[in-house]
Design a protein around this ligand. Structure first.
Ligand SMILES: Nc1ncnc2c1ncn2[C@@H]1O[C@H](COP(=O)(O)OP(=O)(O)OP(=O)(O)O)[C@@H](O)[C@H]1O
Ligand SMILES: [Mg+2]
Length: 344
């Protein structure tokens, strides 16, 4: 039997008024896996990450971590209740009985969602840590590096100075900084060093899962590789599971086991990293791939950049499994043509 996923995101919706930042996104991440989430600016990657660590109350769907539901939205329950109430008018007695049962069931699920959402322990939530997209904005300029890294430990109830010292200095050393750096402020560091501070702040909590939100996109290419290597080493050493967010597919390629591609709040394709690069199926993924420069000048000369032209979605569009483990968002009628393409 396959292992249980460490993280399961089910029908996640995060709406900000009319903006559907994340809309019906589902995926799971297995223990020890690196799951890459890619897509262009504004497609909802950060919102997905922030929803998982509960910086937002999610609009709808569920998030499960280690078998526990850590976040649950209620929109679909509320809609079901409103819809059944509307249909009550003019319904026959038998229909009314069925609708009353539907309302009772939706109410029960809503109560369960609220209860699960409220009863999650802080301990469980600290098992997931986030490395933030913008290392400048996410590090408080008035705090020393020591206090930045120690903050989570203190909030978590650690009082012993000796323990905190040990952990902070130990982790600084591990991420390639020194003890002397501890009493300086974020602005005194380079971009790469700041991101190391962000990594230290996350891993000092000894999480099981890291959400790395474009951890290197603000850095020079030469520095990017160093930070990716650090994350990769830590991942193996600490047995971390990683949700790796990026807008650039080339960055996630070598680091991810599986990749999910987001477009406008939706997951449009999901596959193993090698499979996605070898057989991209969704036109948006193909366009993203065509934007990656190739190291070989001969190929580079022939590279054709594809511009994605979205077509209206099928009414029944959903993430559908075309080949084992390879999913594409499409209508039921389109699966045949995707299958033919995949086998071509
Ligand atoms: N707190 C918020 N309130 C209102 N709208 C928001 C909020 N956060 C994000 N959005 C909107 O939701 C959408 C998705 O934003 P998000 O930051 O998740 O994108 P992203 O994929 O991380 O983009 P980037 O690659 O630029 O970081 C955008 O349209 C954004 O403007
Ligand atoms: Mg973002």
């Amino acid at each position: 039997m396959a292992a249980e996923p460490l993280l399961r995101v089910e029908h996640l919706c995060q709406y900000f008024g009319p903006v559907h930042a994340v809309d019906d996104v589902s995926f799971s991440v297995m223990p020890g896996e690196v799951f890459g989430l890619v897509g262009e600016s504004g497609c909802g990657k950060t919102t997905t990450g922030r929803s998982i660590i509960r910086l937002y109350d999610i609009t709808d769907g569920s998030i499960w971590f280690k078998g526990q539901r850590i976040a649950a939205g209620t929109l679909s329950c509320r809609r079901r209740i409103a819809d059944a109430r509307r249909r009550m008018r003019g319904a026959s007695p038998e229909e009314r009985t069925a609708l009353a049962a539907e309302i009772a069931e939706a109410r029960r699920q809503l109560r369960e969602a609220v209860r699960d959402h409220r009863s999650v322990s802080k301990d469980l939530l600290t098992r997931i840590q986030m490395i933030y997209q913008d290392p400048i904005a996410s590090l408080d300029p008035r705090m020393t590096v020591y206090d930045i890294i120690a903050e989570g430990l203190r909030i978590h109830g650690e009082r012993s100075k000796e323990t905190i010292d040990g952990k902070v200095y130990g982790i600084l050393d591990r991420v390639g900084l020194t003890r002397e750096h501890a009493h300086r402020y974020p602005h005194e560091f380079s971009g790469g060093q700041r991101q190391r501070i962000g990594v230290a702040r996350a891993v000092v909590m000894q999480p099981e899962m890291i959400i790395a939100d474009e951890p290197v996109s603000a850095l020079d290419v030469s520095i990017q590789a160093q930070v990716i290597n650090l994350l990769s080493d830590l991942r193996h050493e600490m047995g971390l599971t990683v949700l790796f967010i990026a807008h650039d597919l080339s960055v996630v390629k070598y680091f991810s086991d599986r990749i999910g591609v987001m477009y406008f709040g939706r997951l449009v394709e999901l596959a193993g990293a090698d499979e996605l690069f070898a057989h991209p199926l969704h036109p948006y993924t193909r366009a993203l791939l065509s934007a990656i420069p190739l190291p070989d000048p001969l190929y580079e000369r022939d590279r054709r950049r594809i511009v994605y032209q979205p077509k209206p979605e099928a009414e029944d569009a959903a993430l559908r499994e075309i080949l084992p483990g390879h999913f594409v968002r499409c209508g039921a009628a389109e699966t045949e043509s995707y299958l033919r393409e995949a086998e071509a």
